[in-house]
Design a protein around this ligand. Structure first.
Ligand code: ADP
Ligand code: ADP
Ligand code: MG
Length: 447
């Protein structure tokens, strides 16, 4: 096992990784920006270094600064968390050059799966059904032609998009050319890569994703699935496992898990990863993308499988084989996560200093965050403040426990979205267990 690792991230995920390391007796190095000088990840790590300005490009996305810090501090490996460098093949190659292990798959796997367009082709070649669509678009005329062929509505998607951004819906063929030009320009600005492709807009559909773990010995396992159909602007709000939409559909579940394992095996995957599908009620599912990293909602899977995904990421990277006895790791109970975002009721970002904090507790209630009274929520970074995760023998029990946990949560000093979460938890369609990615539109249309 590595004796020291550098955590190249901030916020709740940096704290999550540092906690796993402390449990394992691995020393940790934190990096931070001036805006995060008092942050929890800085306080919990054994060592911490300020590596540049508060803007992302100056610090957390400053490759030279992160690598120099890792080498100088004597760290043996880098954990990228999610976002930031986690799906950056170039960064992984640089780690190799510096003699640092990257806790995640190889650069080659990331370049084949981290980019959505390449991933579609890899999935097709592995015999996994993909959303009907096309390869990279090269001109507005081609966008119009493809929209006609695929059939509107379609989505134009940035191959480097993420976090629900870089997706544009096209309702009519005549609007496709212009939408392509706008999407291209926007993707160039936001992701530094304008390349876009087109997919059929599949609706009503469920977002169901399979958690994968693979080791260097070539063993690939699936660890249950998560349903993440509660989304606002393609960004997840609530995730749960098992997927309610697969209740009574063990045949589909089995096929979906097998497709995910086959795909991971086909690319020589290593570590934790997630394969995302769109599932329609007629029993079909389509590959959407692979996230070659730890997922925000990983605690949901940790509750139902009793596997610590972060610890196993480290062990796999250090060469240990996974200990599972079945390629389909069994799942027990029902877990649910609500993302708590710093935002106003109108979804504008909210920042400031946390003046008061009360965290929910009790058996099988988990609160993952980097908050503490006095913590500052700077304007430069992601708006996710915390995750509340609960587990219960049944889905109804998990919903009740989540309501009670959110009812207990108090965060003062910044605005957050727990009222919206409670509203979703009271919605009939959500409670029925048969809800689709358009659930939030229905909820907003209610009043
Ligand atoms: P998950 O699939 O784990 O739920 P999300 O899609 O919500 O992950 O993204 C995880 C985090 O990483 C979010 O904080 C998001 O803002 C960020 N992120 C993911 N991909 C990108 C990207 N291509 N560009 C910028 N940020 C990204
Ligand atoms: P990101 O990297 O931002 O997570 P995804 O490709 O996973 O991008 O898409 C994010 C969300 O957008 C999905 O969870 C789904 O709700 C919606 N979406 C993406 N592609 C389609 C599609 N072809 N049809 C319908 N909805 C889609
Ligand atoms: Mg996704």
């Amino acid at each position: 096992m590595f004796d020291k690792i550098l955590v190249a991230n901030r916020g709740e995920v940096a704290v999550r990784v540092i906690r796993a390391c402390r449990d394992m007796g691995v020393r940790t190095v934190a990096v931070y920006s001036p805006a995060d000088a008092e942050a929890l990840h800085v306080r919990l790590a054994d060592e911490a270094y300020c590596i540049g300005g508060s803007r992302l490009a100056e610090s957390y996305l400053n490759e030279d600064a992160v690598l120099t810090c890792a080498v100088k501090s004597g760290a043996k490996a880098i954990h990228p968390g999610y976002g930031f460098f986690s799906e950056n093949a170039g960064f992984v190659r640089e780690c190799e050059k510096c003699g640092l292990a990257f806790i995640g798959p190889s650069a080659d796997v990331i370049s084949r799966m981290g980019d959505k367009d390449a991933a579609r082709r890899t999935a097709k070649a592995a015999g996994v059904p993909v959303v009907p669509g096309c390869d990279l678009l090269t001109s507005p005329e081609e966008a119009e032609r493809e929209a006609r062929r695929i059939g509107c509505p379609v989505l134009i998607k940035a191959r480097s998009g993420g976090g629900g951004r870089g997706i544009r819906k096209v309702e009519r063929v005549e609007a496709a050319a212009r939408a392509f030009v706008e999407a291209h320009t926007e993707a160039e600005t936001v992701f530094g890569d304008g390349e876009c492709y087109m997919e059929k807009f599949v609706s009503p559909a469920h977002h169901v994703e399979v958690q994968i773990m693979a080791d260097k010995q070539g063993n690939v396992y699936s660890l249950g699935e998560r349903e993440c159909s509660v989304q606002r602007r393609n960004q997840k709000l609530i995730e749960e496992s098992p997927a309610p939409c697969l209740e009574g559909r063990d045949d589909v579940r089995e096929r979906m898990h097998r497709a995910a394992r086959d795909l991971a095996r086909a690319v020589g995957y290593e570590g934790a990863g997630t394969i995302e599908f769109l599932y329609t009620d007629d029993g079909n599912f389509y590959f959407m993308e692979m996230n070659t990293r730890l997922q925000v909602e990983h605690p949901v899977t940790e509750f139902v499988t009793d596997v610590d995904l972060v610890k196993w990421q480290l062990r796999v990277a250090a060469g240990q084989p996974l200990p599972f006895t079945s390629e389909d790791v069994p799942v027990r109970n029902h877990a649910m996560e609500c993302r708590i975002n710093a935002e106003t009721p109108d979804f504008l970002p909210s920042c400031g200093t946390v003046t008061m904090l009360h965290v929910p507790g009790g058996p099988r209630v988990r609160f993952d965050s980097a908050l503490f009274p006095g913590a500052s929520v700077p304007p430069y970074y992601d708006s996710m403040l915390a995750k509340v995760i609960v587990c219960s023998p049944t889905r109804d029990g998990a919903v009740r426990k989540m309501r009670s946990a959110l009812g207990e949560l108090v965060i003062e000093g910044v605005q957050e979205n727990s009222d919206l979460q409670l509203r979703i938890l009271g919605n009939e369609e959500f409670l029925s267990g048969n809800y689709h990615t358009n659930l939030m539109e229905h909820i907003y249309a209610e009043q």
